[in-house]
Ligand binder design. Structure first.
Ligand SMILES: *[C@@H]1O[C@H](CO)[C@@H](O)[C@H](O)[C@H]1NC(C)=O
Ligand SMILES: *[C@@H]1O[C@H](CO)[C@@H](O)[C@H](O)[C@H]1NC(C)=O
Length: 220
């Protein structure tokens, strides 16, 4: 009675072997991929650029084609960096600070939810007390995601400019009124004077938004 059962019991074993030897299977086991960004979220980030600290309110709103970085420099200016998917950015300050606005036109939109696609997996590392999967993209950004919840914990640019993710509210949306740039952004003379087509100039003066977007777009 033992003999006829043997070929039957071996069959699943061979199927399993075939499965294990396929490279696709091995990839899914050893190479996690970063979670896509939620279509809409609000995040508070603590940023550190060579010891200059900032608190950034990040409002990512892909369905409405807009992205906001509200940047509080430590004991300094509050700067609004409002980016539209058509390539226009308004970078401005409000009262009690001097009324300033810079309008930028660049050829790239905002970050896509899948902007981390194609990143290189580097393994696991503890950061800020969380066990994270770590990826690197185009030698530009290193991205740390919590293994348990798949939420971003930390990222750092090649310059050393880093972001610690303090809150991550999936689905949170800033109401439309909050996305209205002040009237002095639309003064025509001012607008022409300050028009800057160069992404480089953004990199020099804009601490966060379009530089990242531009480079990551170029890589996709
Ligand atoms: C900010 O980064 C610098 C390195 O660039 C580091 O020496 C410093 O401790 C950091 N500050 C905070 C508050 O994390
Ligand atoms: C892009 O969209 C914003 C918001 O609707 C608008 O203010 C801006 O003029 C647009 N830019 C261009 C180049 O159409």
């Amino acid at each position: 009675m033992v003999y006829p059962t043997q070929p039957i019991s071996l069959f699943p074993f061979f199927v399993l072997l075939l499965f294990l030897s396929s490279s696709q299977f091995r990839l899914t086991v050893t190479e996690p991929t970063p979670a896509a960004w939620p279509l809409q979220f609000h995040s508070v980030l603590f940023m550190n650029r060579s010891g200059s600290l900032q608190k950034v309110d990040l409002w990512y709103d892909w369905p409405n084609g807009r992205n906001f970085n509200i940047i509080q420099n430590q004991l300094g200016k509050l700067t609004y960096d409002l980016e539209w998917n058509n390539g226009t950015s308004y970078i401005y300050t409000l009262k009690p600070f001097e009324k300033e606005c810079r309008t930028l036109h660049v050829s790239v939109g905002i970050l896509r939810p899948n902007w981390l696609d194609g990143a290189t997996y580097l393994g696991q590392q503890h950061i800020d007390g969380f066990l994270c999967n770590v990826w690197e993209k185009v030698d530009f950004i290193w991205y740390y995601e919590d293994v348990l919840t798949q939420r971003p914990v930390y990222w750092v640019f090649y310059t050393g400019y880093s972001a610690h993710v303090m809150t991550f509210e999936v689905g949170a949306v800033l109401e439309d009124a909050g996305w209205q740039a002040p009237v002095y952004c639309f003064d025509d003379a001012e607008k022409e004077r300050r028009k800057s087509p160069l992404l480089e100039s953004v990199g020099a003066r804009n601490p966060y938004g379009r530089l990242m977007t531009g480079i990551l777009h170029a890589s996709n």
